[in-house]
Design a protein around this ligand. Sequence first.
Ligand code: DC
Length: 221
Amino acid sequence: MSGPTEPMGEGVRVIAIDGPAGSGKSTVARRLAERLGLEYLDTGAMYRSVAFAAMAREIDLADAEAIVELARTSDIQIDDTTVVVDGVDATTQIRGPEVTRSVSTVAAISGVREVLRVRQRAWAVERGGGVLEGRDIGTVVFPDAELKVYLSASVSVRAERRAGEVSALDYETVAADLAARDAADSTRQHDPLTQAPDAVHIDTTDLTVDQVVDELIARLG
Ligand code: DC
């Protein structure tokens, strides 16, 4: 785990949503942000952008120093619909099989996490808050978030959801990738995916997006 965060300051309203791939984080985070009039940040897209930049420049994933430098210097622009990395529209490619297969390696590098964590905190402070989703938002990036949420779902439902998003891939391939990524993200040394002790845990397997969002809004009081 990393050191303590800077105090967030008055008026910074952060909702942290963590969970494994396909647990419903992005859809829930997006809709919750809309309902609360906040902006939304997909932090996984930041890690994917660094993996994309490494691929584009043919940098060896084993060269951690070079990847950290890339994380530090890459211009990553993420909005609601597009992801642009160093001026190149990477929206589709960051979800493709190559990036998906390499992103856990990139996300395991502590220097990369440090650089992206600083950017994620700055993003929220600049906006007076926001809904951020990822793997370590409630545990590391914003441990004093107003609401911390941990979403889960059965492996089969998560794989179905992911297969539905990426039409070029079949269910078996997605399920295998997902299991490998879950294992890597949960067992890595730096900031592994874990549920914060004070997070609200919701199993989304049999719930609609609105049911989850309603439950979270009720928790906010
Ligand atoms: O949410 P996603 O599948 O797009 O995330 C891509 C990868 O990035 C995921 O395998 C783990 C990593 N990640 C992370 O380590 N920390 C975050 N806050 C968000 C994502």
